[in-house]
Design a protein around this ligand. Structure first.
Ligand code: F6R
Length: 612
């Protein structure tokens, strides 16, 4: 999704903006641009369709554009096709105001028509140009920029993170936010705005998060923040602990591969601080020790991979806690009139903490009186801030669009929560509790062993990359895992792929089984292995090719029918999916590599989906 960076400083702005935009590339974008207030006091905008590299070339790396205050943007098209004209920054027709914007102005059509009636001429198809034109309209009226900002904000509806420059206010950026993330970075003689902390890491680690309806005025020496009523606001400053290297590739060909390989460490970071003397302790839940005792229904809400974690969580929680648990898509939750009340726990799962549908579900759940517990990776993100309780995954920055290490850390956190709650309810024996804690401590080692099989997976992928259609089948937790394996494959390799509960295939989809189709059979849930084996035979009988993922001790069962086997070590069933996902991620990665795909930035996808 779109990204914003802005600097009010003393050095040349454009090189800083270009570097910052590159850090935001992972979010997915189709055009990019910068605007600076030049030394002669005019606004200069450079923008183009395509990659930052094109913008670099167009601006000659920014060197000839002198000016120390500027804003930059990566755009992921919503209103208007990706093009030079629709790229941000957008300017008002008088050239006094330039704007970058993340989000959607919902009433832009009516505003545009009304501005056109007053003689304003629009250049682009974007909703953002309305903001720039409206600013100039009110600036002409009030001759005061802040009056114009507040008047403009009172007219627009929708979501926005805005960075605004005016040639009449050199050395100053105005920022405003509603339902889209925006943060302020504090430097020495320079201050920043950004939609995402990764854009700022090489300049500062001290940040504040703007809240909805706040407006900030940023200069090299000062940051002033005001609320909706124009009263000054004092913001807390936060230290960001992520380091720069974790946002760089560190010798790997792709961020995705780096992040797959980082998973043992990421998972260790998630659980070790929460294991004390062989007990699971959640500091975050210390204030609500009896939370689970008052809960009679659990919803696990997320989008995409985070939803898939929710499906795993549903199986684990229902089995151990004996409380009805349902995984619901963030985009559906608020529209299905969910049965939610004070005895409901809604667990919102999100890497970015900014996914609009998950955020909307959170708000709906709170409105209906539920307790909302968020499992989030990005510290200080919107979902983290609005939830009643936030438990961070501490996976570190995830840059590749396709999630890997965030997914793994969410999985492990949900298994820990399940065991923690089960113990509170007296529904787990001390032997099973002890076994889980022991298996959890051994998990990173077993993940490393699984990663060590990379050569075999690479070879398997090189034999399978030209299938047009791939199905994933499994039962129970293996089914939940198949959802993620299938998504990983389709999103980065563009191969058509579906995931089914193994027993469901014969209710229709088996008609698609024929030579040339690949079926990835997931068979690690020990009590269901035989049943899944039978489903595998049903598809091989129809000529489909089978790749089997099973535990090391079950390899021989599958060796006759499967054309290739991906073995994984066995572990506690609550942690088994953390091992199983590794070969599926690597398989997707190498298939995509063989097909020459843009792995870290798959077409049409964005890292953080902040539109509905
Ligand atoms: C897939 C992927 C997406 C995200 C989804 C939710 O690899 O990354 O499906 O899982 O967009 O994003 P978050 O977790 O940021 O809410």
């Amino acid at each position: 999704m779109c990204g914003i960076i802005g600097i009010a400083g003393k050095t040349q702005a454009v090189p800083v903006l270009l570097d910052g935009l590159e850090k935001l590339e992972y979010r997915g974008y189709d055009s990019a641009g910068v605007a600076v207030i030049t030394d002669d006091g005019t606004l200069r905008v450079e923008k183009c369709k395509g990659r930052i590299a094109v913008l670099r070339e167009k601006t000659d790396e920014g060197a000839p554009i002198t000016g120390t205050t500027g804003i930059g943007h990566t755009r992921w098209a919503t209103h208007g096709e990706p093009s030079d004209i629709n790229a941000h920054p957008q300017m008002g027709q008088e050239g006094i105001v330039a704007v970058v914007h993340n989000g959607i102005i919902e009433n832009y059509r009516e505003l545009k028509q009304s501005l056109e009636r007053s003689g304003r001429v629009f250049q682009s198809e974007t909703d953002t140009e309305v903001v720039a034109q409206l600013m100039e309209y009110y600036y002409d009226m009030y001759h005061d920029l802040m009056d114009a900002v507040y008047a403009m904000l009172s007219r627009i509806r929708g979501s926005y993170a805005l960075g605004i420059l005016s040639s009449d206010a050199p050395g100053q950026i105005i920022a405003a936010k509603k339902d889209a993330p925006l943060l302020i970075g504090y430097g020495e003689g320079e201050n920043f705005i950004a939609s995402d902390v990764t854009a700022l890491l090489s300049h500062t680690r001290t940040v504040s998060y703007l809240d909805d309806d706040e407006v900030a005025v940023i200069t090299p020496e000062s940051v002033r923040i005001y609320d909706a009523g124009r009263l000054p606001v004092t913001k807390e400053k936060h230290a960001v602990e992520w380091d720069v290297s974790s946002a760089e590739k560190g010798g790997y060909a792709h961020f995705m591969l780096k992040e797959i390989m980082e998973q043992p460490d990421a998972v260790r970071r998630t659980f070790s601080p929460r294991l004390q003397d062989s007990r699971i302790e959640f500091e975050e839940l210390a204030g609500v020790p009896d939370l689970i005792k008052n809960i009679s229904r659990i919803y696990l809400v997320g989008c995409g991979s985070a939803y898939h974690v929710g499906v795993v969580g549903k199986y684990m929680m229902e089995k151990l806690l004996r409380i009805p648990a349902e995984a619901v898509l963030g985009s559906e939750f608020r529209y299905c009139d969910p049965i939610v009340g004070p005895d409901t726990l809604v667990i919102v799962i999100s890497q970015s903490g900014e996914t609009l549908d998950s955020m909307a579900a959170l708000r709906e759940a709170k409105r209906r009186g539920a307790t909302v517990l968020a499992v989030v990776n990005v510290i200080g993100s919107s979902i983290a801030r609005e939830a009643d309780i936030v438990i961070y995954t501490w996976a570190g920055p995830e840059i590749a669009v396709a999630t890997t290490k965030a997914y793994s850390t969410q999985l492990v956190l949900l298994s820990m929560l399940t065991v923690y709650f089960a113990e509170k309810l007296g529904k787990i024996s001390s032997e099973d509790y002890g076994r889980y804690v022991n298996d959890l401590s051994e998990l990173p080692g077993k993940m490393e062993t699984t990663l060590g099989n990379i050569g075999n997976i690479q070879k398997t992928a090189s034999l399978s990359f030209n299938h047009d259609s791939v199905f994933f089948i499994g039962r129970n937790l293996d089914y939940a895992l198949g959802l993620e394996g299938s998504l990983k494959l389709k999103e980065i390799s563009y191969i058509h792929s579906e995931s089914y509960a193994a027993g469901e295939l014969k209710h229709g989809t088996i008609s698609l089984m024929e030579p040339g189709v690949l079926v990835v059979t997931l068979a690690t849930c020990s009590s269901l292995i035989e049943k899944t084996w039978s489903n595998m035979v049903e598809v091989t009988t129809r000529g489909a090719d089978v790749l089997a993922l099973t535990t090391e001790d079950n390899v021989s069962r599958f060796s006759e029918e499967a054309s290739a086997i991906l073995p994984v070590p066995s572990t506690n069933e609550l942690l088994q999916m953390n091992l199983n996902i590794i070969p599926l991620q690597l398989f997707a990665y190498y298939v995509a590599l063989n097909r020459g795909c843009d792995i870290d930035k798959p077409r049409n996808l964005a890292k953080s989906v902040t539109v509905e």
